[in-house]
Design a protein around this ligand. Structure first.
Ligand code: PAF
Length: 204
């Protein structure tokens, strides 16, 4: 269980929607998989600049990981993340479980298939990845019902997939692209930088 926090912590679609309904003003959503770094906090700031309230979701989404990818070892640092979001002045955090996100299981869920742009570039090497991203983001839009959602330009292909999906599905959500934050070396900040060796970092 989480230590007490001033942040509102919501874990189910019903409680998330009730929170949203009980508040006036616009809501910005920053979807994340946790293990937050300054790049994520800059997305929170981008939302705070535009909206009355900011919700950050933290969910390590099984449908966007391939069978040999790092789903099980992806770092899960919930308390640290929630403390950081509270310090950043975020209003609420949405922490759905896998059972809540995929009630029939992640193998039997209704899926989004975004044609064309999911098959090229990074998508050519990660079959199913971007469809998994579109699947979870559509669910988050439905559960949180935000006015805007902020995505980093670092994941440029992801940003385009989400724009395509959201436009096609007529979600009333404005997609806001946010600039890439970099380390002093110039490397784009990413939770997965921890996997890089010293040589990998130079190459990256
Ligand atoms: O960019 C990410 O962290 C994830 O792909 C996202 C958008 C939170 C969906 O799981």
């Amino acid at each position: 269980p989480l230590r007490l926090t001033r942040l509102d912590v919501l874990t189910t679609p019903a409680s998330m929607r009730a929170w949203r309904r009980a508040r006036e003003g616009s809501v910005g959503l920053v979807p994340t998989m946790g293990y937050l770094h300054d790049g994520h906090l800059s997305l929170v700031e981008a939302s705070q600049e535009r909206d009355d309230l900011t919700v950050v979701s933290i969910f390590v989404n099984p449908t966007q990981f391939g069978p040999n990818e790092d789903y099980l070892r992806y770092p899960r640092t919930q308390q640290r993340d929630v403390d950081g979001l509270e310090a950043a002045g975020c209003d609420a955090v949405f922490l759905p479980s896998a059972e809540v996100m995929y009630p029939y299981g992640s193998k039997n869920c209704v899926q989004m298939h975004v044609p064309g742009i999911t098959d090229i570039l990074c998508g050519a090497h990660r079959p199913g990845h971007f469809n998994g991203v579109a699947t979870v983001v559509s669910r988050l839009f439905n559960m949180v019902q935000p006015d805007i959602a902020v995505f980093g330009r670092k994941d440029y292909q992801q940003l385009q997939v989400i724009r395509y999906m959201s436009h096609e599905m007529s979600f009333p959500v404005e997609i806001i692209p946010a600039p890439t934050l970099r380390e002093a070396s110039g490397l784009a900040m990413s939770s997965r930088n921890q996997y890089l060796s010293a040589q990998d970092r130079i190459t990256a």
